[in-house]
Design a protein around this ligand. Structure first.
Ligand code: BJW
Ligand code: ZN
Length: 250
């Protein structure tokens, strides 16, 4: 039998913990076919964040930004959750106090069946009007695909995706819940994130300061690797089901 890429200590701690928090990033959805941001071939190699993922870019060229998010929303809806997402549903069901903190906007954790989720960077399936704040329905963004600006049916304002761009505050409830869960956690998993975007990247460190055993699962060591207890190298869609299997056998 091949050796597992994770320690017995991680399996034991996960098997017995009553308080677990998990942070996910784009890497967990890579095996579903959604490009990450910073890997070779990732979104930021093809599109510059300063041109598309900030409010100034949106005000300068709303149609371009709307069309880009419309394209990404369609891609997200066409893809399916993978075994990594599903393993986290199973983990949630074992533990009394569990929070899945995600930076992802692709809605795949929700579609997999995870229930206790803090969406730090919003959700690409929702949109709202920048003037009156009303939520816009799915069809409202469609004009952007044919070169028009998508406008609010109530007030005529520009419609934007419900995501968090650089320089914007994170949703207050989500970041508060995430910080609280990190402080309470006995085990904290950081999965498929480069851990360079704050405040999300600070959560594993908050957890460690609070006494948690912190492990990351990533195909390569992230920016926080040297500050945590364990780095598990491998694809989330393979490592997470194996980890769940090992926990269930404890
Ligand atoms: C796999 C895998 C497999 C691949 N299995 N793994 C200077 C210092 C510190 C902070 C700042 C600073 N200057 C500015 C800031 C603040 C700024 C920030 O952090 N900037 C840094 C980049 C320097 N943060 C903000 O602005 C945040 N707001 C804020 O702080 O408000 C207060 C404030 C206001 C005003 C001024 C200052 C402060 C908001 C951040 C919003 C981030 N938004 C985005 C876009 C969302 C919408 C969209 O999707 O378009 O969120 S950016 C993008 O990065 C997206 C992601 O959620 C986020 C994180 O990326 P993630 O998920 O880690 O993806 P990657 O691609 O980076 O990594 C993928 C990983 O997966 C890699 O490690 C792979 O190895 C791995 N992998 N395949 C396992 N199969
Ligand atoms: Zn409006």
């Amino acid at each position: 039998m091949a050796t597992q890429p994770f320690s017995d200590e991680l399996v034991d701690r996960l098997a017995h913990a009553r308080h677990i928090a998990v942070l996910t990033g784009a890497g967990i959805s890579a095996e579903s076919g959604i490009p990450t941001f910073r890997d070779p071939g990732g979104l930021w190699q093809q599109f510059k964040p300063e041109e598309l993922a900030n409010v100034n870019a949106f005000v300068r060229n709303p149609q371009l930004v709307q069309a880009w998010y419309l394209h990404r929303r369609k891609l997200a809806l066409e893809t399916m959750p993978n075994p990594g997402h599903q393993a986290l549903v199973a983990l949630e069901e074992r533990v009394p106090d569990f929070l899945l903190i995600t930076q992802n906007v692709d809605n795949l954790h929700q579609r997999a069946g995870s229930k206790k989720i803090a969406e730090l960077h919003g959700n690409i399936t929702r949109s709202y009007c920048i003037d009156c704040g009303r939520e816009a329905n799915d069809a409202a963004m469609e004009p952007a695909a044919s070169g028009s600006i998508a406008l609010c049916s109530a007030c005529g304002g520009y419609i934007r995706p419900d995501v968090v761009w650089f320089g914007e505050m994170l949703p207050q409830d989500a970041i508060r819940e995430a910080n609280d869960a990190a402080r309470r956690a006995e085990v904290f998993l950081s999965i498929g994130t480069s851990a360079v975007v704050y405040p999300a990247a600070g959560l594993p460190l908050t957890a460690r300061q609070g006494g948690a055993y912190v492990a990351e699962i990533n195909v390569e060591a992230s920016a926080i690797a040297r500050y945590i207890d364990e780095v598990v190298l491998g694809k989330a869609g393979i490592v997470l089901p194996a980890l769940l299997d090992a926990i269930q056998k404890r």
